[in-house]
Design a protein around this ligand. Structure first.
Ligand code: NAD
Length: 330
């Protein structure tokens, strides 16, 4: 199988290059992202391999179909960046549904601990021999209420971590898992009662802007909001307004509505034209990271194994257990 591998970073090659050879695949590593301008590079390949900030819309599906590309191999669990309906009957979409839910949940807790206990500021201060504690006071998590939106694999890992901190856990999920020791409530009740809100649901038409002006108005003053899921779950301007009004104790964003083309790149010499992103960076209690919740050695290795297993199954006519269809997208 010949695979056009978009958005290549050095850390992708560590696993995909040797493993691809073991499978006998010819992988062409392309640094450019997959978008309308670069889709022509897939000509002559059997499959394209893409990540979260690449996209494949309906027009690009048509081009892939014309180029006889058979599959889209997602190196991610989420598939909101591919027009699944347009691909139906034309191109097979395969994803990596689970690689290390703990990696993302542990990162969500790291973000919470950072914005709560200001370890990022303390690090900088002590390097400068500024040993003052002014402005670094946090709050105990012990016995506080964590509200988890989405109780799938990552949500459950986050619940376990929160329980390790002796937190009480509330949850919202339209498909509750009654094996979990949590109290399921509505989004509104979760917003009202939680001291920490962490998002772990997929981005769908139902969840887009699930955190908005109205939900924020219900939240406790001093609430911590953590998003390691997808940027568009949050209405950024409403969060900025809430931050301006001093409603949040802290906000941790590993994902951002307009992250495509910005995250994963070094933009330190560029003029930032995204005013909302620039504004977010000005708040002392906001931590923005570059969609890196997944980024552990274990997860990267598992992503490579599962992506190539998906390609192997396709090539050898084996069951496509990780196929994404219209039903799954709905
Ligand atoms: P999962 O499929 O195991 O769980 C998702 C859960 O969300 C399910 O329980 C589902 O019932 C629930 N859900 C569906 N619709 C909902 C709604 N309207 N409201 C609330 N909950 C809803 O997925 P997962 O592996 O736990 O991943 C969750 C999300 O995390 C992914 O969709 C992806 O967007 C994100 N993610 C981020 C990173 C990162 O690096 N930051 C890495 C992997 C995944």
């Amino acid at each position: 199988m010949r695979i056009a591998f978009y958005g290549t970073k050095p850390y992708d090659k560590i696993w995909f290059e040797p493993m691809g050879k073991d499978y006998g695949f010819e992988i062409h590593f392309i640094e450019l992202p997959c978008n309308e301008d670069t889709i022509f590079l897939a000509n002559g390949y059997d499959a394209i391999c893409i990540f979260v900030n690449d996209y494949v819309n309906a027009a690009m599906i048509e081009k892939l179909y014309d180029m006889k590309v058979k599959a889209i191999l997602l190196r991610s669990a989420g598939f909101n960046n591919v027009d699944v309906k347009a691909a139906e009957d034309k191109i097979i979409i395969l994803r990596v549904p689970s690689y290390s839910p703990e990696a993302v949940a542990e990162f969500a807790m790291a973000m919470l601990l950072t914005v709560n206990r200001f370890t990022h500021k303390a690090y900088n201060r002590t390097r400068d021999f500024n040993m003052s504690l002014n402005g670094l006071m946090g709050t105990d998590l012990n016995h506080k209420v964590a509200g988890i939106i989405g109780t799938g694999k990552i949500g459950q890992a986050m619940i376990n971590i929160c329980k390790g901190f002796s937190m009480q856990v509330l949850a919202y999920d339209p498909f509750p898992n009654h094996n979990l020791d949590v109290e399921y409530v509505s989004v509104e009740e979760l917003a009202k009662r939680s001291d920490v809100i962490s998002l772990h649901c997929p981005l769908t038409s139902d969840t887009e802007h699930i955190i908005n002006k109205d939900t924020i108005s219900l939240m406790k003053r001093g609430v911590f909001l953590i998003n390691t899921s997808r940027g568009r779950l949050i209405e950024t301007e409403a969060v900025i307004e809430g931050l301006r009004e001093g409603r949040f104790g802290g906000v941790g964003l590993d994902v951002y509505e307009e992250e495509e083309g910005v995250f994963y790149e070094d933009r330190s010499n560029d003029i930032i034209t995204d005013d909302n992103l620039a504004r977010l960076m000005t708040f002392p209690n906001v931590l923005v990271t570059s969609h890196m919740g997944f980024f552990t050695q274990e997860a990267m290795q598992a992503i490579a194994v599962e992506t190539l297993e998906n390609a192997y199954a396709l090539e050898n006519g084996l069951p496509l257990v990780n196929r994404v269809g219209v039903e799954a997208a709905n």
